[in-house]
Design a binder for this molecule. Sequence first.
Ligand SMILES: [Zn+2]
Ligand SMILES: [Zn+2]
Length: 869
Amino acid sequence: MGGENISKINSFRIIGQGINNFLYPLKFLSLMNFLEIESRWQRFWDEKKLFKVKGDRKKFYVLEMFPYPSGDLHMGHLKNYAIGDVVARIKFMEGYDVLHPMGFDAFGLPAENAAINYNIHPREWTYKNINIFRQTLKKAGISYDWEREIITCEPNYYKWTQWLFLLLYKRKLAYRKKEFVHYCENCKTVLANEQVIDGKCERCKRPVVKKEFEQWFFKITDYAERLLKDLDKLRGKWPDNVIKQQENWIGRSEGTIVKFKYRDIFLEVFTTRVDTIYGVSFISIAPEHPILNEILKYSNNKSEIENYIRIALNKSEIERKTQKKKTGIFTYEYAIHPLTNEKIPIFVADYVLYDYGTGIVMGVPAHDQRDYEFAKIFNLEIKPVIRPANGDIEDIIKEKAFEEYGILINSYEFNNLNSETAIIEITKKLQDLGLGKKAINYRLRDWLISRQRYWGCPIPIVYCDNCGIVEIPENELPVLLPEKLEVWKPIGGYSPLENDIDFVWTNCPKCRGKAKRETDTMDTFVDSSWYFLRFIDPHNNNEIVNKELERKFMPVDLYIGGVEHATKHLIYARFIYKVLYDEGIVNYDEPFENLFTQGLVLKKFYWDPINYKTVDEEFVIEKNGKFYHKETGIELEEKVEMMSKSRGNIVPLSNFLEENGSDVARIAILFAAPPEQNFEWTNSIVNSAKRFLTRVLNLYQNLEFNEEFEDKKLLSFVHKKIKEVREDISKFKFNTVIAKLMEFLNFLEDYERKKTVQYKFALKIFSILLAPFAPHISEEIYHKLGYENSVFENRFPDYDENYIIEEEVEIPVQINGKFRGVIKVPINSDEEKAFEILKNSEIYEKYLKGRNIVKRIFVLNRMLSIVVK
Ligand SMILES: [Zn+2]
Ligand SMILES: [Zn+2]
């Protein structure tokens, strides 16, 4: 958590204290009221089938990222769903045909691990959690159309995940390759590049190593350029930081491929600095590079090299990138420099990463710091070929590499060119020689999708001795994951499905001979790369989605989720969607029109830095602003972090709902901070929300309306609030909407003619404006006014500018220092507006007409002073 978050929290605290000043003598309604009200209106909505897709209006598809059903749903989750629910309900009230579905991302490693711990089947564990999640979400009253629920581990869903795999296979976008890949020895499975964070396993946070496996890949690199270019379609509609992260992840760079001849083959290097090519004094190759097999044939220190490679591959990527002393080994083999024909020594070095460029680096010690450090260790020549415009290159390279652009030296016919020109000219020359070309490199790698795990979607492929790799025909899908399997324990290196002989051995769909099934399962990110499409037509057994329905409902108009998905899920989903577009299955090539990334819900906890654990609040005592363990006396650290199981600072949603109801939770979350910001969950925000909603309920008790009376001020106030609420909603400022509704409530409470029909109108508008935010209580108060339909069957109110009476202030006008009268202006008018009004006044006629104004001084709502000649 950086400083930024803390300042946000502080600014929130100030708001929070603000609400507490509303302290108000309350007849607290009992808790039972909230809970009874909520379940009653949930039944009402269900019976009315209020939130089902109607099919006859303009659509709006709002979707929150679906959860992985593990652990407890907590306030962080609710924030995600509450934001989506507010939008869904507003759009519903604006007359849209709203699609707002929910489902479960149900395959995955945690189910398997939990199953091992508790000795139950992963399916049982998963469905138990799904039932709890569903119940909790229903209790929260989120307006989902539950008839559309999808569960990714259901055969009627994963049939289409398998179909998708076959589509990619058909389009040559799924392929099998033996390669060194990231492997987590703790989770006993391979990981995609995207699942390795700072060299560590995303799930268990342990360093990962490299192992060689035959694996399935999706060729996402074929789409690199489009994934990058089409970000332009999302600019302004997706958060800038997500777009930036995707750009960096795709990582496009322009440069040159240079070919160094080695015996009968070429070692290809990608460089963005071909202007430094005359400074090459060695070549180094990543230890996992397959070309090493070729070099090892000739190298006279083969076993030492193999040993070096083995050690290097057991290091984590982060270790390789950050180790203080570069390591490497000379192969005693040489390549030929393409321009000078010099012999260049070849090294294996683990600071070269196979994932970047070609996995082979041309070492230019004078102009690359890592190469410089490597050259120092192995006593290689440091030959300057670029000089700075000012300063002495020889002096610089005594200390470090000179990495900037400059003027070429020691470079034959290219001497005296600047770097930019030299890059173009040298590339041309290499191209003429057939030893290089201009090239574009992407950091993006193909997506490794096979996992040696049980609880995932089976890959619909068999291996036949006669026919090779054979895909399962579409009409035989799904390939069912065997359920009877008793052994889920990972065996390391291959899938537990290998244990199920009946599953493994089958007949080849082509020749009907004996064939062995693929036993790896798919990365769960494949399951979630297309689920949003299935919600449109979840029960279709004949096709992945009906085209007509797809045309009506896609793309998702608003997708809401955590920013941590910026590079994984959100890149995979865009890729898969483009493949579906190319196949003509969908009508547009971006799945998510708008993206909203919500902030986190943080919670304070006390950390015991000696025993590395969180201490329960009841054991914490405070002394002079410091915190100690009541029994051990250990000084504790007070921390505010995102809710997480490992920190023990979760506020479980189901408990909270049982104690306080859903509307309290929603108002607390939405009022605490703007939705995109982090905020700290405290008792004080919960109490504020409770107090507010209790006051709302109290206001609507014992109502009676029998007076006719027109109050222009009341009408003006109501229309003004509608206007403000609408403006804030359009900017996603839900916290200030609630602040305005609190002002509205104050006004209604203090209003003097509570028996008038116009006051009833004000109460009705208030109930409708509050409805998307506190739906249950709004339905309750709306019915207290005597209405029988749902509050959501009202159009979300619009304001009429004509009703809004602008409040005016009188401001004194001074001319050359003398008071000359006052003008009436709308409150908070700016200088231009005030001057315009002055121009139409008597003061202007009398003192200013035809005179030369040299200066105006304006103080908001206070004074207008004019100097004339
Ligand atoms: Zn792991
Ligand atoms: Zn066959």
